[in-house]
Design a binder for this molecule. Structure first.
Ligand code: FAD
Ligand code: UQ1
Length: 438
């Protein structure tokens, strides 16, 4: 019996002390985040897995976070605790949980190794450990975070600081950054800016405040329809937008942010800007153990077929979510749509049938523009064309869409998606958008 593997049936126990029956599973899932738990839950609905302990989730964290609400936590509209649940409470009852970090995957031997020296063999593997937040890649950021007006909504340990600093802000330069790397939820770097700007305005500080967005990429948003709306929002609210500026250093002693110009008009160069409040979206990238696993593409993402989510070389390996190479915008909404495809194709692979399910690139980004306003971007991340669920124009700021985000999507996530009953809004589109106005 294995000392650190907890049958989820005992998940109400405070300590993980129960033992697993074996070191080999039909399916091993790396990562108990949005993708890992959702696919594991969906597998349990099928006869091959129902009521059996044939799925193992390997996940080091005691807490499962609903990260999409962190924008509202940073904006002072939700508590961090409302976004957290014990990991044990989201592990499906037909799965075991090994509380450890995967350090190595050996796909030629069908084995994964953990940082505490365990070796687990699998027949099929689902790789979903998410994305790496690389704060070390910005000089001075690690030392600055959480102090003197520097924060990020992208780390649980720092997100509450964002609102502390917004509340304490007395005017001056408020700066919001987005890196040139791929990131999760590409809209989140600017959502917090709109909430902060609204707060400054309400406090009568707007006249003495410059609000600036600095992005390492060349567009405010990847899909023109929503980029046009966001550009209008920025104009209307006197927000300066500086594209092709990548944050490279923070100098906390001088309260300066240093940007590298990425091509653009004046050619490459350095821009130094004084800040009084600085919200940083750090550069992100693949986790090092994925890069070294033999499963990665050149960039370091798990190299999967963009329709089936099956690994391009190892046919018993699947990947979805932020760690995968799926060339769409990385969101929980995308994970929802991918999960149904991954589960269906994994079951087909297990049963020796052809893989019939195909992911179309669907993703969504609820662009919060204020305490009661939201542009619900929904699109095909492969073609960058809108793919909207509702019959109205979703590029317009709407209170109803804010309520959907603030009050409903978290319930959909915890109660439906993580229990294997939500693959995104596609099944409801014929009802909600009958003429398929897109
Ligand atoms: P995660 O959910 O991050 O899960 C990865 C899991 O793997 C984690 O539990 C981690 O502990 C574990 N892990 C890491 N390393 C290892 C290892 N070595 N071994 C085993 N396990 C490991 N999405 C939306 O749809 N809408 C939004 O509005 C939205 N807003 C966001 C705002 C912010 C500020 C942030 C941070 C994210 C937002 N997202 C949003 C993105 C969304 O949360 C992610 O895209 C989604 O969680 C990805 O799921 P995943 O399972 O791939 O990764
Ligand atoms: C979604 O399905 C989803 O997964 C639960 C999200 O993650 C938090 C989302 O942010 C969004 C927008 C969707 C899409 C759902 C609807 C109802 C449009």
């Amino acid at each position: 019996m294995h000392a650190a593997i907890a049958p989820a049936a005992r998940r109400s126990l405070a300590t993980v002390s129960a033992a697993a029956p074996r070191q080999q599973y039909r399916v091993v899932v790396v990562g108990g985040g949005a993708a890992g738990v959702t696919v594991a839950a969906q597998l349990g609905k099928h006869a091959a897995f129902f009521n059996k302990k044939d799925v193992l989730i390997i996940e080091p964290s005691e807490t499962h976070y609903y990260q999409p609400l962190w924008t509202l936590v940073g904006g002072g509209l939700k508590s961090l605790s409302s976004t957290a649940r014990p990991m044990a409470s989201v592990i499906p009852s037909h799965a075991d949980w090994l509380k450890a970090r995967v350090s190595k995957i050996e796909p030629t031997a069908n084995v994964v190794r953990t940082d505490d020296g365990k070796e687990i063999a699998y027949d099929f593997l689902v790789v979903a450990p998410g994305i790496s937040i690389n704060i070390d890649k910005i000089e001075g950021l690690k030392e600055s975070l959480g102090k003197d007006g520097v924060s990020t909504n992208y780390l649980a340990a720092h997100v509450e600081k964002t609102f502390e600093f917004i509340k304490a802000f007395q005017g001056g330069n408020a700066i919001f950054t987005q890196p040139s790397t791929p990131i999760k939820c590409a809209g989140a770097p600017q959502k917090i800016m709109y909430l902060a700007e609204e707060h400054f305005r309400d406090k009568g500080l707007r006249g003495q405040t410059n609000v600036s967005f600095y992005s390492g990429i060349g567009k405010i948003f990847g899909v023109d329809k929503y980029a046009n709306s966001l550009t209008e929002v920025c104009k209307k609210r006197d927000i300066n937008v500086n594209l092709l500026h990548d944050l490279v250093a923070v100098r906390p002693d001088k309260k300066q942010a240093v940007f590298k110009k990425v091509g653009g008009d004046g050619g490459p160069g350095e821009v130094v800007v004084a800040y009084d409040f600085l919200h940083v979206t750090p550069p992100m990238g693949p986790l090092p153990f994925i890069r070294e696993s033999g499963l990665a593409d050149e960039a370091g993402w798990v190299s999967v077929d963009r329709a089936t989510t099956q690994h391009v070389a190892f046919k018993n390996v699947f990947s979805l979510g932020d760690s995968s190479s799926l060339p769409t915008s990385r969101t929980a909404a995308a994970v929802a749509a991918q999960s149904g495809v991954t589960t269906a194709n994994l079951l087909s692979a297990i049963e020796g049938r052809p893989l019939a399910a195909a992911y179309d690139g669907y993703t969504s980004c609820p662009l919060v523009t204020g305490r009661d306003k939201l542009i619900l971007a929904e699109f095909n991340g492969y073609t960058l064309q809108p793919r909207e669920t509702f019959h109205f124009d979703q590029s317009v700021e709407r209170p109803s869409m804010y309520r959907l985000k603030a009050d409903m999507l978290d319930k959909i996530y915890w109660e439906l998606m993580l229990k294997g009953n939500w693959v995104g809004p596609a099944p409801f589109r014929p009802l909600l958008n009958p003429l398929d106005r897109n």
